[in-house]
Design a protein around this ligand. Structure first.
Ligand code: T4K
Length: 388
């Protein structure tokens, strides 16, 4: 492994990179090739490739059991699952969301003619600040979508109380939070429903995929109808719908990965600890910590670059990329600065001071033990050299 001790050792200054092959942020977990291929064999034997097949049904049952929730409705991806959940819940008018999230949270509303209203976050957790949400409620508001960003639970109790006080629907974008918990209970059971992404880049992946989970029988029925064009049995369409179905090969990946889920989370937790050790004591560098009293999906390694650090976030990312560490700027610059929201709400930033301050400071690092020592050495070298 390359050692970085002086600025001359940096690839950005012409030295050989630490990694010949890029180390990615979202490298998929593919835990058992044999288990996956065995499940795929069943798919071929069954001659049943999609449309609520046996593997999808089994995956739904297993996920519901794993999370302790009544219904799991598997879908083709997290974005469609969000859209279907939003429609099944009857959200309309304005819905309050964070700007500090992946743009799919906002797009799922806008795509359906609903206005996403961006509320600010708590800079300590990166999650919605309930007071900021309260300030954004208007007579047109019908709901709140909390996001469990980086797998850390949103302030669920406070958002629930606010929703009840104002007669609003509450659901969660739990795309990052499969395996996380809130006050000891698995994410997946809160609000009217919660929506997971099982995209290739998530801790638990089905290649592409997602699911909405709920304890509400009627809501689950509506979502099941909506994901299959509104069909109830042959020739009988009783609901408007779309095509949100998960295919059997994706469920095969899910079943294989679910068997090994504890190992996936343990590896993520281990990597986080290694980063913590490697980055300890660096001035202006903060590794976002997780609530130690709850479980976290441990997928994202989130670093904040403060003003005390002698290089800015973008320079750090350039130096890491030169080493082959493909760190990302998720979710810079915030949804409110992305189109169409930037044009629709040109002054949204005025009520988002924490989001605006945080967005240029965040680096997402690969969840990989290999990348941690190089990242630590690089930052230490930059900090030391600039100090002299
Ligand atoms: N809500 C939230 C809060 C979300 O974060 C997301 C998705 C959603 C909703 C919507 O869920 P989905 O509809 O996606 O199920 C990626 C993912 O595509 C997206 O799922 C994820 N969030 C978002 C945070 O990240 P990109 O545009 O950054 O992906 P991309 O292609 O740059 O890949 C990320 C890294 O992973 C790259 O460095 C390469 C690596 N990679 C990627 C794939 C697909 C691999 O090594 N192998 C692979 O197969 O959005």
């Amino acid at each position: 492994m390359k050692e970085i001790r002086t600025l001359d050792d940096l690839a950005i200054h012409g030295a050989p990179p630490a990694f010949d092959q890029p180390v990615h942020v979202g490298r998929p977990n593919i835990v058992s090739r044999d288990a996956f291929l065995a499940h795929v064999g069943k798919v071929l034997d069954n001659q049943w490739l999609t449309n609520n097949g046996p593997l999808v049904c089994e995956l739904e049952r297993r996920i519901a059991d794993h999370l302790g929730v009544k219904h799991c409705v598997a879908m083709c991806n997290g974005t469609i699952a969000l859209e279907i959940a939003i429609r099944a819940l009857g959200l309309a008018g304005e819905v309050i969301v964070p700007s500090w999230t992946f743009v799919a949270t906002a797009h799922a509303l806008h795509w359906q003619g609903i206005t996403p209203v961006f509320a600010d976050i708590d800079p300590a957790t990166h999650n919605l600040d309930p007071d900021a949400v309260r300030r954004m409620i208007t007579p047109r508001t019908t709901g709140i979508i909390g996001v469990h960003l980086w797998g850390r639970a949103a302030p669920i109790d406070e958002l629930q109380a606010l929703a009840e006080e104002h007669g609003l629907k509450l659901m969660f974008d739990a795309a990052h939070a499969f395996g996380s918990s809130y006050k000891g209970q698995s994410i997946g059971r809160f609000g009217a429903c919660e929506v997971f992404s099982f995209h290739a880049t998530k801790s638990f992946n089905t290649m592409e995929g997602g699911a909405a989970t709920t304890n509400d029988d009627e809501l689950a029925d509506a979502m099941r109808l909506m994901r299959n064009f509104g069909f109830k049995g042959y020739d009988n369409v009783i609901h408007p719908g779309t095509n949100g179905k998960m295919i059997e090969v994706c469920a095969a990946m899910g079943l294989a990965n679910l068997q090994a889920i504890d190992g996936i989370f343990a590896a993520g937790q281990r990597n986080h600890t290694i980063y913590k050790q490697e980055l300890a004591g660096l001035p202006g560098i903060t590794l976002l910590d997780y609530d130690p009293t709850d479980r976290n999906s441990h997928h994202y390694v989130v670093l904040e670059v403060g003003e005390d650090f002698p290089a800015n976030r973008d320079d750090i990312i350039l130096a890491l990329h030169a080493e082959g560490i493909l760190a990302r700027k998720y979710f810079w610059p915030g949804c409110h600065m992305m189109q169409p929201y930037r044009d629709l709400f040109p002054h949204a930033g005025l009520v988002l001071p924490n989001t605006t301050a945080l967005a240029p400071r965040v680096v997402i690092l690969p969840n990989s033990a290999d990348a941690a020592p190089t990242t630590g050495q690089l930052l230490r070298t930059v900090a030391g050299a600039r100090k002299r």
